[in-house]
Write a protein that binds this ligand. Structure first.
Ligand SMILES: Cc1cc2nc3c(=O)[nH]c(=O)nc-3n(C[C@H](O)[C@H](O)[C@H](O)COP(=O)(O)OP(=O)(O)OC[C@H]3O[C@@H](n4cnc5c(N)ncnc54)[C@H](O)[C@@H]3O)c2cc1C
Length: 345
């Protein structure tokens, strides 16, 4: 039985764990470590600190299945639809850049992180949070993986699924793996946009009267996107939760303020929001998220889905940096990672 460690409980890591369970059940024991307190990664759903049953999506907003991917990843879409995890988007999104003809947008009634939670649950993997990997070192025929403030553990195979700059920050033998200068440069060239997301929670009974559920803003230097999150997700008006709203900043704003604290940037976003939506009431609470690595602007050339940094012992990297920043990009990457593990174990 090979011990496999997947670093990252985001979409790519969770689908890798799920595929390993389905395809190599009797051959692997899978652990998933994430430095955060919960699963989701950039498919993050944040809870209202005053009422944890009220949530807002701070990262990915909806899935877009193009006709091509609706066919290629049919089983993935069908499974999520069957479990009620995704539903077709019904609400109006103002300013949505037109999708390829025949594409379908999906939303997640329980928040976008429910997709990741579904795959982790189905995988049966041993998932540990608060496990921040710092070093990956060769030890015998496997890997010794070190985490901040905890004891190192041994694994036969390691799969890294975080954004590529975070892979390159890891210490240990990873930098001396098989990859040559050109391959390392290829990884260093992968780049991401940066932006902030602000979630606002309102008390039950508050109404936000706008004719859209989400809107792309084109004339504000700070704000790019606003969504009434519960309306976007087609949720009924609830007695328990008021509306929740999410704001995404523009990328230039994100880049300009990237070294500031989320708390400092929050007040700038709130001020700008008053220009975009002057009638907005005061929120009950807020949650601000810095996305230093938001969406891939330059991926690994040819989008191979994975890069194998060492074949013996096996160390594979996946994630949207190796494909593209959306659901299908992550599914595609996880399938490629799975192929490598299947042929090696
Ligand atoms: C603001 C925003 C809007 C988006 N909108 C959409 C959208 O509408 N539709 C869409 O399809 N996609 C969207 N995306 C893109 C999509 O969210 C990502 O492509 C996808 O979530 C990436 O998943 P991943 O698993 O590859 O990486 P991540 O989600 O980044 O997962 C990596 C995980 O690794 C963990 N990690 C990192 N370093 C370490 C370490 N050293 N030790 C342990 N754990 C570590 C992180 O905590 C994280 O949980 C959006 C992204 C953002 C940020």
């Amino acid at each position: 039985m090979s011990r496999v460690l997947i670093v990252g409980a985001g979409l790519t890591g969770s689908i890798c764990a799920y595929l390993l369970h389905r395809g190599l059940f009797s051959k692997v024991r899978v652990s998933v470590w994430d430095k955060s307190r919960d699963s989701g990664g950039r498919m993050a759903t944040s809870q209202n600190p005053s009422n944890t049953s009220c949530t807002v999506d701070l990262g990915a907003q909806y899935l877009t299945a193009t006709p091509y991917y609706a066919k290629v990843h049919k089983s993935f879409y069908e499974e999520l639809l069957l479990h009620g995890i995704i539903k077709p988007l019904e609400a109006t999104i103002e300013g949505l850049i037109s999708n390829e003809e025949g594409s379908v947008n999906y939303v997640t009634p329980s928040g976008v992180s429910s997709i990741v939670k579904h795959y982790l649950k189905e995988s049966g993997a041993h998932v540990l949070f608060g496990h921040h990997v710092t070093h990956v070192c060769c030890k015998g025929s496997g890997w010794e993986v070190h985490q901040k403030g905890g004891s190192p553990e041994q694994f036969d195979v390691v799969v890294l699924t975080m954004p590529v700059p975070q892979i390159l920050q890891l210490q240990g033998d990873i930098s001396s793996c098989e990859c040559n200068e050109a391959e390392r440069q290829m990884l260093e060239d992968v780049s991401y946009s940066s932006r902030y997301a602000l979630g606002l929670f309102y008390k039950a009974g508050v109404r936000i009267s706008v004719p859209w559920a989400a809107k792309y803003v084109s004339d504000n230097p700070c704000i790019r996107y606003v969504a009434i999150d519960d309306k976007k997700r087609n949720l009924e008006v609830s007695e328990e939760c008021g509306p929740s709203l999410v704001v995404h900043t523009t990328v230039p704003f994100g880049v300009q303020h990237i070294e500031e604290t989320a708390e400092d940037v929050k007040s700038i976003i709130l001020q700008e929001l008053k220009n975009v939506m002057p009638d907005l009431p005061e929120p009950e609470s807020t949650s601000c998220q810095k996305w230093r690595y938001s969406q891939v602007t330059r991926s690994v050339p040819e989008r191979p889905g994975q890069v194998t940094l060492s074949s013996r012992p096996l160390l594979v990297c996946g994630g949207d940096g190796f494909t593209r920043s959306d659901f299908d990009g992550c599914v595609g990457s996880a399938l490629k990672v799975f192929d490598v593990l299947k042929s090696s174990l």
